[in-house]
Design a protein around this ligand. Structure first.
Ligand SMILES: Nc1ncnc2c1ncn2[C@@H]1O[C@H](COP(=O)(O)OP(=O)(O)O)[C@@H](O)[C@H]1O
Ligand SMILES: C[C@@](O)(CCOP(=O)(O)O)CC(=O)O
Length: 468
């Protein structure tokens, strides 16, 4: 696609990208076994208000983490980003950060953004601000339109649900759209883009989102979170197992027919470190190599079985027997993770409550040691039974989210107007920045602009590529 030369002022628009859960295979994935990760209906939303050229500022309003900062466009380090050999064109994103460019961004973040906060809060702010500036300077130019980027997310921050990746997918999409370096997404099947073209757009979004992830993490993440967030549905992730050589992982997007299973996501609110949990398994492998190897291989085998079940064209998520089979795999996978030593009393409490209610199967998701559990329910579960469980979890201090496995990937609402009567406005009315910023909690954001739970909300478009 050729980029157009002129850049008339864009209307206010919204982009949105989902969080993720690892459904099967965490930890075994570190040792070369496959894992399945899926997009969930919790999402980040980024509203972009383009301002007139005379304003010369860009503002980030990331209300969930309390970040509100404005930069003067003309004082940003454009010279560094425009140096011959350093400038990357939008169609050829970097796969690692350029230390010279990172150093040029640093003074505009470190000294400027939220100086009076605690270290932990500052890290959150500087991570997101660095990702934004690095992408803005890479994709924009001194002539870029001034704008306000307002972000709201329904994904808990730092709970292993891919909040940072979804923020980066939103930023990458918004900036590429403003640069007019993306075509589509188109509205419906009649007008649909050729799948190959749609795939190219998602790949472009994904590659720049990974650059953002590198800025936030300060280390090299696997890339699975941003890939699931950009593509949606689900992906199979497999790290190269080459005796420590560290080749790139294989990431295989699964087809859009991946079952949209409803799940209850339970956040134990117990802080945990992915690195510590991974180290725990490594130490066990050192002490008990044969046993650990056999547990990890078994997890890999059950991931492969789960993949066969879920990608089968005859899989019916309303069928008790089909869900029972998947539930058994949840139970076994969780048990194996317990035997690796990565559960936590709070995660075991969730499992105990779900088991004793007899309505489904719970499994820890992600690194464990705290963080989140996912619960799959029998199709016959009654609403009252669900409510009792939810209330008990709530009373015991857990945070509960209803989500759908295999949600849409990155989406765009262009222009950002309401398509039907809603709490926020009338059809055709622009989505107001102030209302969006002030929406109360995840429910308020969902009600105003959500596409997570209300998958059918009109106006949102998604790139549709046929995955393998
Ligand atoms: N709603 C949000 N608004 C702004 N930045 C966010 C938001 N959610 C996440 N982030 C960024 O992502 C970081 C969290 O990333 P990480 O620790 O990897 O957690 P997760 O496992 O949820 O991705 C935060 O410190 C912040 O920089
Ligand atoms: C434990 C592990 O398999 C998954 C970590 O998941 P998360 O950081 O909780 O999203 C580690 C990894 O795959 O890099």
């Amino acid at each position: 696609m050729e980029r157009k030369a002129s850049s008339p002022m864009a209307p206010t628009f919204l982009v949105s990208a989902p969080g993720k859960v690892i459904v099967f295979g965490e930890h075994a994935a570190v040792h070369g076994q496959p894992a399945i990760a899926a997009a969930i209906s919790l999402r980040s939303y980024l509203l972009v208000n383009t301002l007139s050229k005379s304003r010369r500022t860009v503002r980030l309003s990331f209300r969930d983490i309390g970040l509100d900062h404005t930069w003067d466009i003309d004082t940003l380090p454009w010279a560094a980003f425009n140096q011959p050999g350093r400038r990357r064109i939008y169609s050829s994103p970097a796969t690692s950060l350029d230390p010279v460019l990172l150093a040029a961004v640093k003074p505009h973040v470190e000294a400027a953004v939220s100086p009076r906060l605690s270290d932990r809060e500052r890290r959150m702010h500087t991570g997101s601000a660095t990702a934004f500036l690095y992408l803005f300077l890479s994709l924009g130019s001194r002539q870029s339109h001034p704008a306000i980027y307002t972000l709201r997310s329904t994904i808990p921050v730092g709970a292993g649900l891919g909040s940072s990746a979804s923020v980066c997918v939103c930023l990458s999409t918004a900036l590429l759209l403003q640069t007019r370096a993306l075509s589509g997404p188109h509205a419906d099947h009649q007008q649909q883009q050729p799948p190959e073209e749609a795939k190219m757009q998602i790949e472009r979004v994904n590659a720049w989102a990974f650059v953002g992830e590198l800025c936030i993490h300060g280390r090299r993440p696997s890339g699975v979170d941003n890939t699931v967030s950009a593509y949606g549905n689900a992906t199979v992730f497999r790290r190269a197992h080459d005796g420590g050589g560290g080749g790139p992982p294989t990431i295989t997007p699964l087809s859009a027919s991946f079952p949209k299973l409803p799940l209850l996501l339970v956040d134990t609110q117990q802080p945990r470190s992915t690195a510590e949990q991974v180290e725990r398994v490594r130490m066990l492998a050192e002490e008990q190599p044969t046993i650990t190897e056999s547990i990890l291989t078994t997890i890999g085998q059950l991931t492969t079985s789960a993949l066969e079940v879920m990608s089968s064209s005859s899989f019916d998520s309303e069928d008790d027997m089909a869900i029972e089979g998947l539930g058994t795999l949840f139970r076994v996978n969780h048990g194996l993770l317990v035997s690796l030593g990565v559960s936590h009393p709070r995660l075991e409490r969730v499992r105990e409550l779900v088991d004793s209610a007899g309505i489904g199967w719970a499994k820890l998701t992600g690194a464990g040691g705290g963080g989140c559990a996912i619960t799959l329910f029998r199709p016959t579960t009654k609403d009252e039974e669900m409510s009792v469980l939810e209330n008990t979890l709530h009373t015991e201090g857990f945070r509960v989210y209803k989500t759908i496995l295999g949600a849409n990937g990155v989406g765009v609402l262009w222009p950002a107007v309401f398509h039907h009567d809603s709490v926020g406005g009338k059809p055709g009315e622009e989505i107001n920045q102030e209302k969006f910023e002030k929406a109360v909690g995840p429910e308020g954001v969902e009600q105003l602009v959500g596409v997570g739970v209300q998958e059918k909300r009109q106006g949102w478009k998604f790139w549709a590529c046929t995955a393998v």
